[in-house]
Design a protein around this ligand. Structure first.
Ligand code: MHO
Length: 213
């Protein structure tokens, strides 16, 4: 479940976090993901009482394998409600940066996206503050629809937020990721033949489909 390499964090709000958990989980260089609430001031928010927080995904990534700019490209390519129409804070377009380098990259990316699209974006940029993990049933939401896989992996509530293999599989069951990386992961993650076969079928069924609910 664990991959022990140096990592950086990235935090994004881009609509319902179920989709984004799957989107990022199966990307090259993404080690772990978890969804939660951040960007606001309310203490101990919950799904039913978010206050001024936003649904965000927190990504642990290996900067040697994927860079922040690539994660930003995905950010702009996958917004549930688009990038120009204002939505409620729960689903707002939000980049929470973890250092000055990310801040600069985020600000530059907005400028260049605005030029490319010839329109103003609603995306906001702010420093990453306290992150409140969402309730367990929101973590790896797509994967949790497949109890066979969750049982195979012995997933616990803790592992839903920290497991490398859970992050990857949560993407693959939703049809995200490249087929050759799926095959590499099946070997690297040591999946059983039965789990591998199951995963391939889910992946094929969902590839190219919408990630949103
Ligand atoms: N459309 C989903 C959104 C869930 S999400 C975690 C629902 O209404 O349940 O915001």
């Amino acid at each position: 479940h664990n991959v022990d390499v140096p990592f950086k964090k990235a935090t994004f709000g881009m609509g319902c976090f179920w989709a984004n958990d799957a989107l990022y989980g199966a990307q090259r260089g993404v080690l772990r993901t978890r969804v939660g609430y951040s960007g606001g001031t309310k203490e101990n928010p919950a799904y039913k009482s978010l206050g001024d927080h936003t649904e965000v995904i927190e990504i642990d990534y290996d900067p040697k394998t994927v860079n922040y700019e690539e994660l930003l490209d995905l950010f702009y390519a996958h917004h549930e409600y688009g990038l120009t129409t204002k939505v409620k804070r729960q689903y707002m377009s939000l980049i929470l940066y973890h250092d000055e380098e990310q801040k600069l990259a985020a600000e530059n990316s907005i400028k260049s996206e605005e030029q490319k699209r010839n329109t103003k974006l609603i995306t906001e940029v702010a420093p990453a503050g306290k992150f409140y993990p969402a309730e367990s049933y929101h973590q790896k939401y797509r994967l949790q629809r497949h109890s066979f896989l969750c049982d195979e992996l012995n997933l616990t509530p803790q592992l839903l937020q920290t497991s490398h293999v859970a992050a990857r599989l949560n993407g693959y069951v939703a049809g995200v990721g490249k087929p050759e990386e799926l095959e590499q992961d099946i070997i690297k993650l040591g999946l059983s033949e039965k789990a591998a076969e199951y995963l391939r079928i889910q992946y094929k069924d969902n590839i190219g489909g919408t990630l949103y609910c």
